[in-house]
Design a protein. Structure first.
Length: 165
């Protein structure tokens, strides 16, 4: 299947193919093998490690969980992901904010400067800005190792990563 992520102005952020692995209470899980070509408006690259991506239902984020040596968790704050009619294409708008948890570490926010720049340049509506910031804050908390951790960020992803990776 095709994953097609755009920026707010419609330019290509990233596009690649993934395997649909299955679905659970958290959403749809996709798998991407190491070495898959990824295209973007600024060039392309190949994935450096295998990963699984969770596409939750009706949420303003996706979560990627990587095999070593990648980050343990990489969440993109985005518009609610949408599937085409036959479920073969996934589309969303990347809102630049990312929440990244390195192996054994705590989550941190990345690309706040890019969010601020694009917010001004593309005139993000205030409702988009507030939802993106609230989502980012929630992801930092949910992805934290403190306490028991929130699923699917604590351990539920491991089943899918083990299945695919």
């Amino acid at each position: 299947m095709l994953v097609d992520i755009r920026k707010y102005d419609g330019s290509l952020s990233a596009r690649w193919t993934a395997d649909r692995l299955g679905e659970d209470e958290y959403g749809v899980w996709l798998g991407t093998a190491r070495g898959v070509s990824v295209g973007s408006a600024t060039g392309g690259w190949t994935s450096r490690f295998a990963y699984v991506m969770l596409v939750p239902r009706g949420e303003w984020w996706t979560a990627t969980f990587c095999a070593a040596p990648g980050p343990e968790m990489y969440c993109d704050v985005c518009t609610v992901p949408e599937w085409n009619a036959d479920g073969t294409v996934l589309r969303m708008v990347d809102l630049d904010l990312d929440v990244v948890r390195p192996p054994g570490g705590e989550p941190r926010i990345e690309d706040e400067d890019e969010f601020a720049e694009h917010r001004a340049v593309h005139a993000y509506p205030e409702s988009v800005v507030s939802t993106a910031l609230e989502t980012c804050e929630w992801l930092v908390e949910a992805g934290s190792r403190g306490g028991d951790g929130a699923e699917p960020f604590a351990s539920a992803y491991r089943y899918w990563l083990d299945l695919f990776g």
